[in-house]
Ligand binder design. Structure first.
Ligand SMILES: C[S@@+](CC[C@H](N)C(=O)[O-])C[C@H]1O[C@@H](n2cnc3c(N)ncnc32)[C@H](O)[C@@H]1O
Length: 407
């Protein structure tokens, strides 16, 4: 086996330029659909970053440069996750090191990987918090935050949820679940049925069904949040709607008129394209910074849905970037934004209507705390329902949603 240097270049962009994983893979491994192993390898390195950083620090006298660490992490992933024999990994990674112009460190890479294969694969930090960080692959500051907010036991439970690699797809309403199942059978896809759709393996080539408007990717947890919205008629205002997954779900399920807003024009376009592809009717899009109050909308909507921008900490199965690129300061800013958005959103709810607040985070400061602070300021709202979606059914992801009813 020869490891494509493109794996190294993609990871290099992720680690040194802050590129998103999807972006780096698209750029360096454009044929990734044909080479699922390289695609998985890039993801695996990122998913094990914190653990492998620790192990490298234990196996070397001085911290190697980032470029060398990337090469070592590729080798460690091949040994541990891809179960490739030691001699093949060491030889191939050493060769790759030369191909990417790092001949000078190839001997070092060779020696560290041999040492790793012999004595590094069971190394874990002794300190319980560091140990949790390594096993969960989360930076220390994120783990500290979970422990401060939830205590060690619940923090460990949430941080160590096993993530699935499978994607979840659902049928378009006009196509239906049975027809989708039949189509997957015809394509010989391996799938697992859920109450909303199907988890499918990485080699299922279902994309044509999306182009034909018959099916779409939508996380199980996302659908479960939509299903928690009590709909009794009238217009739905979706304030942070792009790329449009939930707006479209509401429009299809209830035949409701949905006003879908987003702050960014390119993201508003995504909603339009998505609705067109899946042939969803009844969605009108508006470019709006949802912190700006629109006086004419006050008290007008029986359902106001706020799927707030969030840390993404509850959606790591599909969004590992967050582990590497999200900072402490980002989270504080996001919380401030969530508070502003929810207080404006509350203004639009009609008497007797509902405000639904949702995030794809499992951090209480983005979830329960935001809702509690609104309820303290607005005694005309009461909490009707609140939940974290089931992480097992959600493939390791857990979203939050709260339904507040206005008197
Ligand atoms: C969690 S995503 C929404 C996902 C969407 N509900 C779906 O199911 O496809 C949050 C969205 O909020 C948008 N956003 C961020 N800040 C905003 C603001 N101040 N006003 C309106 N939208 C905002 C982002 O552009 C992003 O599209």
């Amino acid at each position: 086996m020869v490891i494509s240097p493109a794996v190294y270049y993609a990871l290099s962009d992720i680690y040194t330029k802050g590129s998103w994983i999807g972006e780096a893979i698209k750029h360096h491994l454009p044929g990734f659909m044909m080479e699922p192993m390289y695609f998985r390898l890039v993801h695996t390195v990122v998913e094990r970053d914190y653990l492998t950083e620790y192990r490298i620090s234990r196996l070397t006298d001085r911290p190697p440069k980032t470029s060398v660490k990337i090469i070592l992490k590729i080798g460690m992933a091949l040994l541990d996750v891809f179960n490739i024999p030691e001699y093949a990994v060491v030889n191939d990674v050493t060769e790759m090191t030369k191909v990417v112009g790092k001949r000078g460190v190839s001997g070092f890479v060779n020696a560290v990987l041999r040492r790793y294969a012999r004595e590094g694969r069971e190394l874990y930090p002794e300190d319980p918090v560091e140990n949790l960080a390594a096993r969960a692959n989360r930076p220390r500051w994120q783990v500290d935050r979970y422990i401060n907010e939830l205590g060690m036991e619940e923090a460990s439970r949430r941080l160590l949820t096993v993530k699935t690699e499978k994607a979840h797809i659902r049928p378009a309403r006009s196509f239906g679940k049975e027809a989708l199942k039949q189509a997957l059978d015809e394509m010989k896809c391996i799938y697992e049925e859920t109450e909303y759709g199907f988890y499918i393996g990485g080699d299922c080539k279902w994309h044509g069904l999306y182009i034909e408007g018959k099916a779409t990717a939508m996380a199980w947890s996302s659908i479960d949040v939509c299903e928690s919205v009590p709909y009794e008629g009238g217009m739905i205002l979706d304030l942070c709607a792009a790329p449009g997954g939930k707006s479209i779900y509401f429009a299809e399920k209830y035949g409701a008129k949905v006003v879908s807003c987003d702050k960014y024009i390119h993201r508003v376009k995504l909603i339009k394209e998505y609705a067109r592809t899946i042939n969803a009717k009844g969605i009108s899009t508006i470019l709006l910074d949802a912190r700006d109050l629109i006086p004419e909308w006050k008290g007008q909507f029986p359902v106001v849905f706020l799927d707030a921008p969030c840390s993404g900490f509850g959606s790591l199965a599909t969004n590992q970037d967050v582990v590497l690129h999200r900072t402490k300061e980002d989270v504080e800013e996001i919380i401030k934004l969530q508070r502003e958005l929810i207080s404006v959103a509350a203004e639009y709810v009609a008497a007797g209507g509902v405000l639904v607040y949702a995030t794809c985070s499992d951090l209480p400061s983005e979830d329960e705390s935001i809702v509690r602070s609104l309820l303290e300021n607005r005694n005309d709202f009461s909490l009707e329902k609140e939940k974290h979606t089931d992480p097992i059914k959600g493939g390791g992801e857990s979203y939050y949603c709260a339904v507040m009813r206005k008197k």
